[in-house]
Design a protein around this ligand. Sequence first.
Ligand code: GLU
Length: 448
Amino acid sequence: MTRVRFAPSPTGRIHIGNARTAFFNWLFAKKKLGTFVLRFDDTDLERSKEEYAQAIEVDLAWLGIAPDLVVRQSQRFALYDAAAESLKAAGLLYSCYETADELDRRRKRQIARGAPPIYDRAGLKLTSDERTALEAEGRKPHWRFKLQDRTMRWDDVVRGASQIEAGSLSDPVLIREDSSYLYTLPSVVDDIDLGITHVIRGEDHVTNTAVQIQLFEALTADRKAPCFGHHNLLTTASGEGLSKRSGSLSIAGLREAGIEPLAVAVLAVLTGSSDSVHPVASLEELGEVFDLNHVSRGAARFDEAELQALSARTLHALPFETVRERLAHHEIAGTRAEGFWLAVRGNLTRMEDVPDWWRVVEGEIEPVIEDADYCRDALALLPDEIFDDKTWSRWTAAIKEKTGRKGRALFHPLRLALTGRDQGPELAQLLPLIGRIKAAGRLSAPGG
Ligand code: GLU
């Protein structure tokens, strides 16, 4: 049974780059009929905020991602404590007393000597008397995981055969002086406890994987790690990384800007892959194209301007069923709602513009009468019939014959009178929705 997790730390709003990771996991789980866990990495009690956790759930829901399970690391400390104790008992987690300054000086000396700046394991060599003396000075230990000097290999589900020399890494600190946990240990403990089968995340975590595989080996009876996949990170068109702080590409920001969630999904998933970016009508459709093997090794640059255009193109193709509820939210419902949607969708750039068009067909508008005589002639020729999608061509053919007008001179004054707007959806489709009574009323409105 496939089980994946998306593990944001709730220290800010998520952005489109985070959505990429979330979608990769979610679409992967859907494909394998597996489970998607939302795990809040909130062991940093100072920076993590419940309101951010809730906002992340709202953002994911807007994108169409509903987790099967939500867990918070802040409620699972007992598990991490137990794991830390077992590592200590196995001699794999050892105390160190250096200050950040001391470590920094040591690193600089190593670099000056041309040696790799790796932690020298001084903590491991301390006698218990030395430890006692350091603690008597008021020092508190931090705790490092003792890495084995091995080549760590894994078959990355995105990048293929991968390896890292664990010997080239410093023993990682798992527990800080103030006894708080860094991300590494809780992440592995939870992946084990929750039965995660695939860890799919950004390539900024590749190095962590070497460490984490060793932790999985140390903490599980069968010494097995899940499968790993590391995807390229989204950057702006100019190659800048996205950050939770920058805000502009936050999911909330995009929602407020009226961008369609499906357009965000498509750009988040297909940028930097061998599949071309194209609008889809549903996440299922996106899931059919999505394949971790298509994700490229190179950069995943995306253009914000593309988002606007893709969002509009997404709207143009959305089936009525998909938007029925959203339209109902704007009080656009009833037997005419579907015909209305099909008439106007191709003209929208944002869903927010839709109530405006509903008013054109259902409500009151301010007709614009440029040429009252012409409108009167047109009114006289308005067919006396139940309007359908042929009415417009029949009517305008008759006006053309009577007035000799053609092109813009023929059509534009009619558009202004009937809709009060300079441009918009096809009148052939709008006219039956407006209906004869309203159309006649608008054509005979007083001219300006
Ligand atoms: N909280 C980590 C992050 O947001 C999770 C990394 C992981 O998926 O293991 O980078």
